[in-house]
Design a protein around this ligand. Sequence first.
Ligand SMILES: *Cc1c(COP(=O)(O)O)cnc(C)c1O
Length: 352
Amino acid sequence: MNTIEFYNDWKWQIANRISTLDQLEEYIALTREEQAAFEGEIPLSFAVTPHYASLLKNDALRKTVIPTDRENKVGTGELADPLGEEDHRATPHLIHTYPDKVLFLATTFCSTYCRYCTRSRMVGKPLEFDVSTFDETFQYIEEHTEIRDVLISGGDPLTMTDSVLDELLSRVRNIPHVRMVRIGSKVPVVLPQRITGELCSILRKHRVWLSLHFIHAAELSPETQTACRILSDHGIGMVSQTVLLKGVNDDTQSLIDLFYGLLEINVKPYYLLQCDPVQGSEHFRTSVEKGIELIQSLHGHICGLAVPQYVIDAPGGGGKVPILGKEQIRREGDDVVFLNYLGKEYRYPDPL
Ligand SMILES: *Cc1c(COP(=O)(O)O)cnc(C)c1O
């Protein structure tokens, strides 16, 4: 097969994902620590698109998708389901944590798996549900007239086919009290070939906003910049959620480079998320104190539009809590303690 001819086809990119040690070694020479991960069972799903693999000469990106044996260590306070999503599962596909918004988990598939994924308990695993079970979820949203905002995520919904997405979005848009529809995706970054004119027309028709996942300026490849420009030209609103990751983007200059780079392609930096305490994530997590220092190094110093909100997603399902300064948190042993939007106390494990 002539690779060059097929490289720009998103289905080729998915069919040719790198998911074994041998395939990965064709792209990069692995360190001892990385090789060690492949000797045992890798606890989190592993796959990288050829496009994203071509960017892995960058050490920051490499850390976020190549497993290491450190994933096997479960740190203090780490959980399989740190956000308590299972306690708020309203249907097999729906997490209803907040008053007026719901999280619609449409697929467990991603083209590329992030090592710090908050949903690593389910992503890439055999389907616990499939499209045929969507009906119950539409019915729940129809019956709950307080729901105004539907965030479709997964897995990565933009890996679904145009016809499945069109059908799903039509059903959601047909519910009169739903005013906002968002899709959470990393596809423009890891699979930019997916952003076709046909896909953009579907997103535009259903007035969808995209909540994208960028972590580093090195992800702003020419292909990704083009994908975002095409989306923008179709009038699709885009924001980015960035997870704060130790040794990847936890310095002021990396954040400035990323956030300005995003503004240049019409993507508004929305959240800078404290990394969730998911099992095997200790090597990725910075202290909350460091997060506060970083966000304070941005406020006022750079374009206000380039500054996201620094948030801790309160473990146990308290929702996302914007953190502006040290006076908002207190330390109790290994935990940082703070109040959520309902004034209820939550704690984030942050061992000294
Ligand atoms: C993040 C999240 C949302 C969306 O929250 P916003 O702050 O409006 O972006 C909705 N439901 C769940 C369960 C979430 O984790």
